[in-house]
Write a protein that binds this ligand. Sequence first.
Ligand code: FAD
Ligand code: NAP
Length: 564
Amino acid sequence: MSATSSVTAKSSATYDVVVVGAGFAGMYMLHRLRGQGMTARVFEQGSGVGGTWYWNRYPGARCDVESMQYSYSFSEELQQEWDWSERYAPQPEILKYANHVADRFDLRKDIQFDTRVESAVFDEVTNLWSVTTSDGKTVTAKFVVLATGCLSNARMPDIKGLDQFKGKVYHTGHWPHEAVDFTGQRVAVIGTGSSGIQSVPVIAEQASHLTVFQRTANFSIPARNAPLTDAERKKFRDNYPEIRRFAREVARNGIYTEMPDRGALDDGDNERRAKYEARWQRGGLTFMSVYNNLGLDKAANDTAADFVREKIAEIVKDPRTARALQPNDHPIGSKRICIDTDYFATFNRPNVTLVDIKSNPIEEITENAVRVAGKDYEVDALVLATGFDAMTGSVAKIDMKGRGGQTLNQKWAAGPRTYLGLMSAGFPNLFVITGPGSPSVLSNMIVSIEQHVDWIADCLAYMRERGLDTMEASADAEDKWVDHVNEVAAATLYPQANSWYMGANVPGKPRIFMPYIGGVGPYRKICDEVAAKGYEGFVMGAGGSATQGRGVISRGIVTLLPSW
Ligand code: FAD
Ligand code: NAP
């Protein structure tokens, strides 16, 4: 194969790379590709950038990783100049930041908004992808990068009668752009995951009455949100090199925080309680990293779960309501832990009712009510905080065809299969950002996004330098990686919960623990080593001839297990 068919050769491809999605992943991918002189087209079904923060405009929406850390690190100027207003910025501010980044790096000219990618087909003769979009057009590209998001496919619940409800129906993950005012209205919120838990206190302040329908009680830790002072911002800014390094290379979840050095049962009752209390007062996700075995040892986990259950009982005045709000069917942290502002205290308000639908599911939604156990709860508006077809949902909506006409949905019918969460065997030149099999949703996602984007961009540069034009995961490396991902997950408490990590929230979806729980730091090391060994486990080719990267990944690379 001659150099004319390398990545930059434009004779046969319209674009070097098509990127699907313009959230934080797609935006940074575009920036890196352009920096390398590659032509790229981003297709985004929404009308603006920001992804998650473009769609999730519900009341109370904000990040649960502190903003000084939940932000790009790739540009020193950007991280020095942007002022976050609060410890956890609200959604409008994060969206403003995404727009600022798009303007600052002049990204919009290569993004086509209001355009869905419907299908992508790999041509084994030309080694090009044909990408067809919702405007009926088809473009070709050497590479496709799916930056489609892990939590971007909002799921409507399958509840009888939903379509006959006469009032307004809102999904938190697909919220209208115009302001929604619930003042004077009777509102129902269905779902008590992070979105429900964030929105309930804010809606309760507006609504004349709020009824919360809870199927599974969730663990939630106070955010202790507050305005950021100049001094706090400066502390981060002055220490960013070390903070970002730690988040990338050392942390298991991509967050700069103390690393625990002992297990929960290594401390006596009083000492342990004092530590939990200190983390509860500090607030935020790092509650779970007080000890190094909360995700591994049920007895250790029970101590943290009991502590939070006691807190709920202290906060919620009505004992029956408190009991219903106490989670008791999964280890703490095995479902994404929630971070709230006054969630449990909201149930002390006279205008808020909790309806436990665990044993008595919603029978039906009528024209004006939610019916449970024969009782009609009359409401004017419904808020569905019912979550997403996570990790694979948005990918599955695209008709992807790889070698031999096999679709990705066929290949992933029994659960997603990837090598390193980056590529799937049989689908050459197709990358996924924060895909299943990578730390992804178990991390500060901007850290994981930047790692994947950098790895992909470096890989494309490597191929260009060597005149290579195809790359795909070897089936052997993929099998071993999938085994490893499962093996590591099985050693934790995570698979014990019916979580969206397991696909359990979507009827019929295979039950597989999808993200890689080995930790952000160890995972990055594996990816870097794979690259350093000439992309070990990947098959690269030029003009039809293929070479296998040296050897394949060996089992049991990561022996350390996550502590959160
Ligand atoms: P997304 O932001 O989801 O962007 C993907 C984009 O792809 C979307 O705009 C979508 O419209 C587009 N797209 C999908 N399919 C197609 C298609 N076929 N054609 C065209 N366009 C398509 N993570 C954290 O680490 N910390 C947090 O605090 C945090 N808070 C969150 C709060 C909420 C409410 C939610 C839902 C998620 C949160 N997350 C958080 C996870 C969050 O999704 C990631 O942090 C991050 O924003 C993901 O960026 P992304 O670009 O990968 O995906
Ligand atoms: P989620 O965690 O999947 O929660 C969905 C809720 O809806 C659950 O309580 C679920 O109950 C319930 N539900 C689903 N279908 C139902 C039905 N048919 N009938 C009754 N109840 C039903 O979704 P999410 O709250 O949108 O959060 C998803 C993820 O997005 C989070 O885990 C987090 O990663 C991210 N997020 C983060 C923040 C943040 O704090 N920054 C905010 C929002 C979202 P079951 O549990 O019983 O299935």
